[in-house]
Ligand binder design. Structure first.
Ligand SMILES: *[C@@H]1O[C@H](CO)[C@@H](O)[C@H](O)[C@H]1NC(C)=O
Length: 491
């Protein structure tokens, strides 16, 4: 893998068609920490948003609320003698990794909790949820990241800038990124923002950070993206899409839906657990399960989320509640860090907040994996390299982005930045199709109904990215081998 990156690097003056605005880059002999030339053009340098002083009251309010809830839940849970220990790793279909009896015990109190938050979001009393902070305005892109993933973000953003997006882009972190890395990010037109002192709880980490990043960023309209997502074209056009205009909230599906369990998908049973009617969330949020409604049937993900904070401030803050579990296992309900509770981290948090508050939203209909045909013992297999993320109908349903290297089975590293490895897509929601994150056998019917030639945008995208990733890593003073973990060695 390393070899391939270096082989490309020595030939890096070879023309890369999509990167015309980045050409000035090629002349330099000292490359460390250099940004592609022209990248900052038209990008706002003074964010002009709310400062920590303006965000403080909201942060204080959340910290106070967490404190009060700890008192309340602490008292309520005291009577329960079967709290889980740290070695309790079992899973059940109703409550995920929260033991069943402990989960049922908590249910009425968790109901009180989210309903109370919703009341506080719609009252004029003194203790009301503060409104959207002064100074929040405009549109921007936000991601949450730790150092190892930064080259992926820089490569993606360099390509997005070359495709014409001039919106501000922020990387949020919990004071994890050193100043030098933030300086390099700045040269690549990406701003660093710290969550320190803003989090509802200091113990929040991992997947608990993406919602606070959205809540506290200065933009009124936000496209949140995961650090391993690569945009096919100018995704910033999505802010002007009629779907966003109408709903103010656009979500994207993950790979799985409830019906796939009957087709034998263990991944659907696990990752789409809250789409099944027996899951505790239908009771918790008092929503009647309707298996013909794709918004009920399909799991969502936070690889891309497009939202209008002013229109959906209550929804967003409810989604934030799901990320505020205390660190003790004996208080767990939703999830913490990188481990799951009744919720598969924060991936369905927006969807459940929207469903709980009965708020219409737009859920993109298509999804799937991208990969190649492989023969294992002479039998055709689909070998996935990543996810394909499509646009809504107003986008002609075209490819918006691909996420290469997120799912456990998909850590293919640089090998996937090769057009032959991403030649086919496997549809997530075609009839009888069951996408997987690891190579899976394809019968003739599958091949016809579920597999098809990958969109034309994929091949040039992976070619560009391989080149850009190398330079992003060099610019940050790291190596590509540290960006990608070898397969089956994922934490
Ligand atoms: C279930 O969902 C379908 C599709 O969204 C809708 O047409 C139908 O009216 C819903 N049924 C109920 C009882 O809400």
């Amino acid at each position: 893998m390393q070899l391939r990156g270096q082989a490309r690097a020595t030939g890096w003056i070879l023309p890369v068609i999509c990167l015309v605005p980045l050409r000035g880059w090629a002349g330099s002999s000292h490359r460390a920490r250099l940004a592609p030339e022209g990248i900052r053009e038209g990008v706002r340098s003074d964010p002009g948003g709310p400062d920590h002083q303006q965000l403080g009251p909201l942060a204080d309010w959340w910290q106070g609320l967490c404190y009060l809830w700890d008192q309340y839940l602490g008292e309520q849970l005291q009577g329960f003698s079967e709290q889980p220990g740290d070695d309790d790793l079992s899973w059940n279909p109703r409550c995920g990794h929260v033991p069943l009896r402990f989960c049922e015990w908590q249910l009425p109190h968790r109901q009180i909790q989210w309903r109370q938050l919703n009341l506080l979001a719609h009252t004029s009393q003194e203790n009301a949820l503060p409104g959207i902070p002064e100074g929040m305005r405009g549109r921007g892109l936000v991601t949450t990241v730790y150092s190892r993933r930064l080259p992926m973000v820089l490569a993606n953003i360099a390509r997005l800038r070359a495709n014409g997006c001039k919106l501000p882009i922020q990387v949020w972190h919990d004071d994890e990124l050193p100043v030098e890395e933030c300086t390099t990010l700045g040269l690549w037109s990406v701003e660093c923002r710290s969550l320190r002192n803003l989090l509802p709880r200091e113990s929040m980490r991992g997947y608990q950070l993406s919602l606070p990043s959205i809540v506290f960023s200065e933009f009124e309209q936000i496209l949140f993206f995961s650090s391993d997502v690569f945009f096919a074209g100018n995704i910033c056009d999505m802010f002007d899409s009629p779907e966003f205009e109408e709903y103010g909230y656009v979500l994207w599906p993950e790979l799985w839906e409830s019906g796939m369990v009957e087709l034998g998908s263990e991944e659907a049973r696990y990752y789409a657990d809250s789409t099944h009617p027996e899951h505790v969330f239908w009771d918790l949020f008092n929503v009647l399960h309707n298996s013909s409604n794709p918004q009920h049937r399909r799991a969502t993900d936070t690889q891309l989320v497009l939202l209008d904070k002013r229109r959906h401030w209550d929804v967003l803050n409810l989604a934030l509640l799901f990320c505020t579990d205390p660190p003790e296992k004996s208080r767990q309900f939703y999830f913490r860090g990188h481990s799951y509770g009744a919720m598969n981290a924060e991936k369905d948090s927006h969807k459940w907040a929207l469903l709980a508050l009965n708020r219409p939203f737009y859920l993109v209909e298509r999804g799937g994996t991208v990969g190649s045909l492989e023969f294992v013992a002479d039998l055709p297999h689909f070998s996935p390299c990543g996810l394909v993320i499509y646009g809504p109908p107003s986008y002609g349903g075209q490819l918006l982005a691909a996420a290469i290297g997120k799912e456990d089975g998909l850590y293919r590293g640089l090998a996937c930045f090769d057009e032959a490895r991403v030649a086919l897509t496997y549809s997530a929601f075609g009839e009888h199709c069951v996408p997987r994150t690891v190579p899976h056998a394809l019968n003739a019917a599958d091949l016809d109904a579920c597999a098809s030639k990958a969109p034309a945008e994929v091949a040039p995208m992976v070619e560009d990215l391989e080149y850009l990733l190398y330079h992003a890593a060099e610019s940050l003073g790291t190596r590509l081998s540290s960006v990608f973990k070898p397969r089956f060695e994922c934490s």
